[in-house]
Write a protein that binds this ligand. Structure first.
Ligand code: COA
Length: 337
C-alpha cells in the first residue's frame, strides 16, 4: 500500500462479510466419551453444544485465506484492490511472520499492507478500529479485517475446564471508504486493556518469557485460565464498555437494533444483557454451534446473522468484545452493504 492522504474526509463503512469454519464438528458427547464431564455441565455453564476443529494439515492462515476470499466474493472486490489486510489472531501459524502476510500472498492481495493484531478475543474490534482509522484518515480505501483462530491445537485436550470452550474458525469484514458526508459506518470505538490481569488467561510457552527452546512443564504449553476471574471480568467489562460507547456516540440502549457480543459463553452474555436491560430478542448468538473462536467469533456471528436475515442493511449494530490481556472493545456500526 502506498498511502497518500486524500483531501476529502471519508467515512469508514462496514460493507461486506464472510466466514469459513472447518468441517469437523466436535460435540459435547465427544468429550463425555473420553473425560469426566457431562453434556449437562457444559451446556448449563457455557451454552456450548458443539465446535469445529481444523484438519491436522490446516494452520490458522489456511482458515484466514478461506474467510478472506469469502469476504472479497461478498464485496465483489478484486484482491488487488485491498489496501490493507489486518488479521486479529492470538493463535498464529508462527510467532512470525504474520498470518496476514501469508494470507495476503495466497489471496493475491499484492498491493496490501499486511499485519496481525494481538488483542485476543477483542482483536476483531481492535482490527475494525485500525481499519476505520486507515480509511477515515484517507490513507486507504479498502481494508480487509479477518479474525482467524485455531485454538484446538493450543488447549490441553485433557483439561476439561478449557478444552470444552474453544473452537476453530475465521471470519471477517471489509471496511471501505464511503462518500464524504455519509452518515453510515462506524460511529465510534471504546477500546481498553488491563495488563494487571494478564496472568488470568495466557499461553505461557513459546514467547520470550518462556522460550520453547527451554525445558517446560507440559501444561505450560497450553492455554491456562482462571475461569472464575475471567468470568467476573468479562461480565463487568461487557457492561461497562457498552455504557461508555453508547454515551460517547449519543445513543441509548433502545436505539440499538442488534447486539453481537464475543461468543465466549452464553452465561456471560446473558448476565451482561440482563444487567444492561438489553432486549434479548435483539441479541444474536451462535456460541452453541462454534464455542469460543476468539477473534473470529464476532464476525462469524455477524455473518450468520446476516445470512439468517437478522442483520439487515441500515441496522444500528453494537459489537462488544473481551478477552486475554485482559482487553475489551466496543463499537456501534450501521451495516451498509
Ligand atoms: N465438566 C465437569 N466439571 C468441570 C468441568 C467440565 N468440563 N470443568 C471444570 N469442572 C469442575 C471443576 O473441576 C470444579 O470442580 P471442583 O469444585 O471439584 O474443583 C467445578 O467444575 C467448578 O469449577 P469452576 O471453575 O468454579 O466452574 P465455573 O462454574 O466457574 O465454570 C467456566 C467454569 C470455565 C465455564 C467458567 O468459569 C467460565 O465460563 N469462565 C469464563 C471462561 C471464558 O469465557 N474464557 C474466555 C474469555 S474470552
Amino acid at each position: 500500500m502506498i498511502a497518500v492522504r486524500s483531501r476529502a474526509p471519508q467515512r469508514a463503512r462496514l460493507s461486506a462479510l464472510g466466514a469459513y469454519v472447518p468441517e469437523q464438528v466436535v460435540t459435547n458427547a465427544d468429550f463425555v466419551a473420553r473425560m469426566d464431564t457431562t453434556d449437562e455441565w457444559i451446556v448449563s455453564r457455557t451454552g456450548i453444544r458443539e465446535r469445529r476443529y481444523a484438519r491436522p494439515d490446516q494452520a490458522t492462515s489456511d482458515l484466514a485465506i478461506e474467510a478472506a476470499r469469502a469476504v472479497l466474493d461478498d464485496a465483489g472486490l478484486p484482491a488487488a484492490d485491498v489496501d490493507a489486510l489486518i488479521v486479529p489472531t492470538c493463535t498464529p501459524d508462527h510467532l512470525f511472520p504474520s498470518v496476514a502476510a501469508i494470507t495476503a500472498d495466497a489471496i493475491g492481495a499484492h498491493n496490501a499492507a499486511a499485519f496481525d493484531i494481538e488483542a485476543a478475543c477483542s482483536g476483531f474490534i481492535y482490527g475494525l478500529s485500525q481499519a476505520t482509522a486507515l480509511v477515515e484518515s484517507g490513507f486507504a480505501r479498502n481494508v480487509l479485517v479477518v479474525g482467524a483462530e485455531l485454538f484446538s491445537r493450543l488447549v490441553d485436550p485433557d483439561d476439561r475446564s478449557t478444552c470444552i470452550l474453544f473452537g476453530d474458525g475465521a471470519a471477517g469484514a471489509l471496511v471501505t471508504a464511503g462518500d464524504p458526508g455519509d452518515t453510515d459506518g462506524f460511529l465510534g470505538f471504546d477500546l481498553g486493556a488491563d495488563g494487571s490481569l494478564a496472568c488470568e488467561l495466557l499461553l505461557p510457552v513459546g514467547g520470550t518469557r518462556q522460550p520453547a527452546s527451554q525445558p517446560f512443564a507440559r501444561e505450560a504449553a497450553y492455554v491456562q485460565m482462571n475461569g472464575r476471574e475471567v468470568f467476573r471480568f468479562a461480565t463487568r467489562v461487557m457492561e461497562e464498555t457498552t455504557v461508555r460507547i453508547l454515551e460517547a456516540v449519543g445513543l441509548g440502549i433502545d436505539d440499538i437494533d442488534l447486539l453481537v457480543a464475543h461468543q465466549a459463553n452464553q452465561r456471560i452474555i446473558d448476565h451482561a444483557i440482563g444487567r444492561l436491560g438489553f432486549d434479548p430478542a435483539k441479541v444474536f448468538n451462535n456460541v452453541e454451534h462454534y464455542g469460543n473462536t476468539s477473534a473470529a467469533s464476532i464476525p462469524l456471528a455477524l455473518w450468520e446473522a446476516r445470512q439468517a436475515g437478522v442483520l439487515r442493511p441500515g441496522m444500528q449494530t453494537l459489537l462488544v468484545g473481551f478477552g486475554a490481556g485482559l482487553t475489551w472493545g466496543a463499537t456501534v456500526v450501521r451495516y451498509e452493504p
